[in-house]
Write a protein that binds this ligand. Structure first.
Ligand code: GLN
Ligand code: ZN
Length: 757
């Protein structure tokens, strides 16, 4: 039994790449030093996989920012505006990733979107009618050579042609199929080159195959690979799918001359049925994704052994694999010193998953699994009772009534009451919540965590920051204020820490986008609120101003989606537990005088099933009710806001409206405001604040730019329903760019009001 890893995390177990990249961005180190850090990380990743006897080790899974962007770069799909900057290759790449503002020019970053159903974000490749795909395989070749130098016959990994073309944005008249020929030629050339350089296997990642496919999609896929696979040049090709099953194209996959097919048996509900029903081609290897690449719970060996046997009985030649890239789990449990032993022994991060692959390999080779110690101790672990259950919480969930999901009076009535209460100007301005988490804010938290300062001192500093933040917003002239979220390191971690049922890690970082990492909490047990979590901060902030202050909470769906979920109860059950806890906080805020409460559902869109047929039954049917449950108990005059990120939610607008919030703000600036048409078409009822500028980039938008964006919005959204705000929280930004950006935002809104829009 051979083992395979689809991809490995790359920021470094202590986020070395993040820190080096950020130093490079600030000009503190040069390109060489950054490259050296990257090289050392790649070597360490190959090394740990070799030590665990992994047979198919990936290379070219490293990236300075994102592997889809790497692929765009590799294919030469660099839009002219970035080339025109005349920067080095590395800096051109970073300009595409982060935008550029400096002596060479002023360009925005490429659009960024969530990678399928994960919290990882990829950069959206952009193809225009002039784009010519001219490949340059320097990066995969370099990484292959490094692996070989370490005596590792690694398989270069590339984002596959079909997925690439499906994810790209087409800004001209041409579309995916117009690029098919060029793409096939470019990928074919890269394959040939890699084979010539000694790659035994090349892995093409094709997660786009697990979505609903049309006839044209299948035609495109087949056409691409007929050409690409004619240029194997002696190498073998693995088509790797993940995040679901390939029910729409299983036959096509089997018919093409791939040498290996990678299927996901964790998230792919129909993967087993496909293999068992249609069989698996004798001459190919089945890379069976049975070790969960997304969650952190230990693999249940008995179940995995059974699964492998099932596939073998169906005639498949099986290679044991992770279910997706390990990019989505943290590096290693070795960095954790504080997890309770009972919990610790149930987890496996990336490195521990390598051990699992290694142990499973041995178990599968043994005459009887029971003869292996690793198998027996794993069986014993899964047989043991675990802690974390709370009967009172379970009873509360069971007692939820149908009417608890509906806020009364109805939206239109509330809207009128709230207009009267707040008397906000037309185009009210606000922000999404967080203000820059400057070095002093982080230092204060670090000192507190290390025990260098006490709680009183920690809190006093945060109060000072809140006061400054409120004063700043008043000076800038914003209409609805926020306290700035200085007490929060992360919008989910903060609540997880206040709620019982969650577990926290010290260094279990997972890449979210670029150099940004998050440390998702682990839902260990039943969730409940012990005491108020935000009331003190919000009440203090409100006491400093006459303007309305938003109470700021994270919603249940986002808390769940950005945590590692339990595998022993349903997501629905877990979401409702969290919803009841947040609901208590909402009611407390209201009782303490907060008139506006924002409940962020930044990640709501993210876990929407990849197949449309599953949207309602598997997700929206509990996610939307969970949100409604959170706010259904407030008074008519209390205004409920929500916020969503990377709003590719054009297709679920009715569901979003049905969250029944009073106002929703969302990311829009990176997606060229495409969502506005959809809002209009659906008669969107909730008041909206599509972000007027991109906070993921350090560039400062001008007044006229913001006015331009607002005018486009006003063409589609009634002025009475439009809010003016950035597209997300400002915590990752510096003060230098935040202040002028917000000044421009307020100025733009004022000018438009005066123009009597
Ligand atoms: N209120 C949060 C903040 O401003 C929202 C962040 C997010 O949407 N990711 O930081
Ligand atoms: Zn956001």
């Amino acid at each position: 039994m051979k083992t395979s890893v689809i991809g490995y995390p790359r920021v470094g177990s202590l986020r070395e790449l993040k820190f080096a990249s950020e130093k490079y961005f600030r000009g503190e180190i040069g390109a060489e030093e950054l490259q050296a850090t990257a090289k050392a990380l790649r070597a360490a990743h190959i090394d740990v996989q070799m030590k665990n006897g992994i047979d198919f080790i990936p290379c070219n899974d490293f990236s300075f920012y994102d592997t889809v962007l790497d692929t765009a770069f590799l294919l030469g799909a660099v839009p002219a505006r970035y080339k025109q900057l005349g920067l080095s290759a590395l800096d051109t790449y970073f300009a595409m990733a982060r935008g550029y503002q400096g002596e060479h020019g002023d360009v925005k970053a490429l659009a960024m979107k969530k990678w399928f159903n994960t919290n990882y974000h990829y950069m959206v490749p952009e193809l225009d009618d002039e784009t010519e795909l001219v490949p340059d395989a320097a990066k995969p070749l370099g990484e292959l050579a490094e692996a070989k130098a370490a005596s590792c016959a690694a398989k270069p990994v590339l984002c596959g042609a079909f997925t690439f073309l499906k994810l790209a944005r087409y800004t001209g008249k041409k579309d995916a199929k117009d690029f098919a020929k060029q793409a096939a030629a470019a990928y074919g050339a890269v394959l040939e080159t890699l084979a010539a350089a000694g790659a035994n296997w090349v892995q093409f990642d094709e997660p786009a195959l697990v979505r609903d496919l049309s006839k044209e999609d299948k035609k495109l896929f087949t056409a691409l690979y007929k050409k690409i696979l004619s240029r194997k040049n002696g190498a073998k090709v693995l088509v790797q799918t993940y995040f679901g099953d390939v029910r729409d194209c299983y036959k096509e996959l089997c018919a093409l001359p791939f040498d290996g097919i990678g299927l996901d048996f964790i998230e792919g509900r129909e993967s087993f049925a496909l293999v068992e029903k249609f069989g698996f081609p004798k001459e190919k290897l089945l890379f069976a994704g049975l070790v969960n690449g997304k969650n952190i719970w230990k693999n249940h060996y008995a179940a995995t052994v059974n699964a492998v046997r099932r596939l073998q009985n169906a005639g498949a030649d099986v290679v044991l694999s992770t279910s997706c890239s390990l990019l989505h789990v943290p590096y290693t449990l070795r960095n954790e010193t504080k997890l309770p032993a009972e919990c610790n022994e149930r987890f496996a991060f990336a490195e521990e998953k390598l051990t699992e692959l290694c142990e499973l390999k041995e178990i599968l080779a043994a005459s009887a699994p029971e003869s292996c110690a690793a198998f027996c101790s794993n069986a014993a672990l899964f047989a043991r009772e675990r802690s974390g259950k709370n009967a009172a919480v379970q009873a509360k969930v069971a007692a939820i009534r149908k009417e608890d999901y509906t806020r009364l009076p109805l939206f239109e009535v509330r809207e009128a009451i709230q207009r009267e209460r707040f008397k906000l100007p037309l185009l009210p301005t606000t922000t999404i919540g967080s203000f820059p988490q400057t070095a002093d804010v982080k230092a204060n938290r670090a000192a507190y965590k290390k025990g260098e300062i006490g709680k009183a001192e920690y809190d006093a500093f945060n109060r000072k920051k809140i006061a400054e933040c409120v004063a700043l917003q008043e000076k800038i002239g914003l209409d609805v204020l926020v306290h700035g979220e200085f007490e929060r390191n992360d919008m989910v971690e903060y609540f997880g820490e206040c709620l019982s049922g969650f577990l926290f890690t010290e260094k279990a970082w997972v890449q979210s986008y670029g150099t940004r990492c998050v440390k998702p909490p682990i839902v260990w047990g039943d969730v409940s609120r012990e005491k108020p979590m935000t009331v003190e901060w919000s009440v203090y902030a409100q006491s400093l101003t006459e303007k309305p202050m938003k109470g700021m909470l994270t919603g249940p769906v986002t808390i769940l989606n950005w945590s590692f979920p339990r595998e022993d109860i349903t997501l629905r059950e877990c979401a409702l537990q969290i919803a009841l806890a947040i609901r208590e906080e909402v009611l407390d805020l209201e009782a303490n005088g907060l008139k506006i409460i924002q409940i962020d559902e930044a990640a709501l869109r993210e876990k929407l099933p990849l197949r449309k047929s599953d949207w309602e039954s598997e997700y929206l049917s509990w996610a939307i009710p969970a949100f409604r449950l959170v706010h259904s108990g407030v008074k008519a005059e209390t205004q409920i806001h929500t916020h969503m990120c990377y709003s590719e939610f054009t297709d679920i607008i009715p569901a979003i409206d049905n969250m029944d919030a009073d106002v929703i703000t969302f990311e829009a600036s990176r997606s060229d405001l495409l969502i506005l048409d959809a809002l209009k078409a659906n008669n969107f009822r909730t008041q909206v604040g599509p972000g007027v500028y991109d906070i993921h980039s350090p560039r400062v938008p001008s007044v006229s730019e913001i006015k331009g964006a607002l005018k486009k919005m006003l063409a589609k959204i009634p002025a009475q329903k439009l809010w003016v705000n950035p597209d997300c929280g400002l915590k990752t930004r510096g003060v230098e760019e935040t202040v002028p950006s917000l000044e421009h935002l307020v100025e733009a809104a004022k000018e438009l009001r005066n123009e009597n829009v």
